[in-house]
Design a protein around this ligand. Structure first.
Ligand SMILES: [Zn+2]
Length: 352
């Protein structure tokens, strides 16, 4: 049981057990404190609550006009206070009684801590990019901490929004670079492959540069390959609620492909220096290094997240199956789909 005078009466953050408590028509059993007088706000009260971590059990509080009434279903286990995290910096506030975060100094009067520690869910407070990159950093560098968040509910809509944002972050810079190269064609130092994407077929068979078909295939690949892990995250052995949380969290494994803008920026930055070989080589080397890191982190982290969240026993089989699916998706989306589309367009064009 913890006493935290800075806890708000009506926190804006989601309360994991609120729905469960409403559903069970809980009755008021807890202490009622009226007219609390903390130093910084008349609305701040001392209260405690306990949660059936991840199981939708426990209690929830309701605040009206400065009073707090505890609504509680009968707990099946001894009450334990949930960890709360500073929204601004993610610091665990467990056991800390203060009206400010000891780590970053964030005032809890303005922004109370939340049991949900995923920065993406706090994007309204943190800002879109800050919330995205903090979440991405958690996925890439602290995946165990990330997987622990299966204890708190993450809305599927939030997860899919993150997934969409990752896909756009990966695809839009490539699209922009492709458009740029269309208007400023590849120079003599560019690879033959790059030339072939823009030059040979556009006026002979199809009045569309072949690069457009590959871009469509690439967009399809990003969407399919980052959505695929969710299919591995709902084994029947898990309770439905945990399956849903695992599915939502699996969408965040797409975070590493958000590094794509930096790779494209490095490659584009190399173009004006094409006559200065050392600079070009350095920028291209950095881009290659980051590409390896991005795909490596994407692969390894997705595998780890799927294995942790799904709790599958046949780990090797899961890894093999996921890898095979990825290779198949890459082949289909990046080769089969563009070539089929190009061939179909060529046939249609030849009819007229
Ligand atoms: Zn903080």
């Amino acid at each position: 049981m913890s006493a935290a005078p800075w806890l708000p009466t009506a926190a804006a953050e989601p309360k994991p057990n609120q729905r469960a408590a409403k559903a069970t028509k809980a009755t008021a059993v807890g202490p009622v404190r009226s007219n609390p007088t903390p130093a910084h706000s008349s609305k701040f009260l001392t209260l405690s609550r306990y949660a059936g971590r991840g199981q939708g059990e426990g209690s929830v509080y309701r605040a009206t006009s400065g009073n707090i009434t505890f609504l509680s279903s009968a707990p099946t286990s001894p009450p334990t206070s949930p960890d709360l995290f500073c929204i601004s910096c993610g610091y665990n506030q467990h056991g800390i009684v203060s009206d400010r975060c000891p780590e970053c100094g964030q005032s809890y009067a303005a922004l109370p801590p939340s049991p949900v520690r995923l920065p993406w869910t706090h994007r309204r407070h943190l800002g879109l990019l800050r919330a995205y990159w903090r979440t991405a950093g958690q996925v890439i560098f602290h995946h165990e901490e990330f997987c622990h968040q299966i204890d708190t509910p993450i809305p599927l809509r939030d997860a899919r929004l993150f997934w969409l944002f990752s896909i756009l972050q990966a695809f839009l810079p490539i699209l922009a670079a492709a458009i740029l190269l269309f208007f400023y064609p590849p120079n003599h130092n560019s690879s033959q492959m790059l030339h072939s994407l823009y030059e040979p077929y556009q006026s002979i068979y199809v009045p569309i540069p072949i690069v457009i078909f590959f871009l469509l295939g690439l967009a399809l690949f990003f969407a399919a390959s980052t959505g695929l892990p969710s299919y591995f995250c709902h084994p029947r052995a898990l309770p439905i609620e945990r399956q849903n949380r695992a599915i939502a969290l699996s969408y965040f494994a797409s975070a590493p492909i958000g590094l794509m803008p930096i790779i494209i920026a490095l490659l584009l930055a190399a173009r004006p220096f094409s006559d200065f070989i050392p600079i070009t080589m350095t920028l291209k080397f950095l881009a290659a290094l980051l590409t390896v890191f991005m795909f490596g982190a994407w692969y390894i982290r997705t595998i780890r997240i799927v294995l942790t969240l799904s709790q599958r026993r046949r780990k090797t089989l899961t890894v093999l199956l996921l890898t095979t699916c990825w290779v198949a998706l890459a082949t289909i989306c990046i080769l089969v789909v563009p070539i089929s589309l190009w061939y179909t367009t060529m046939l249609i064009h030849s009819l007229f």
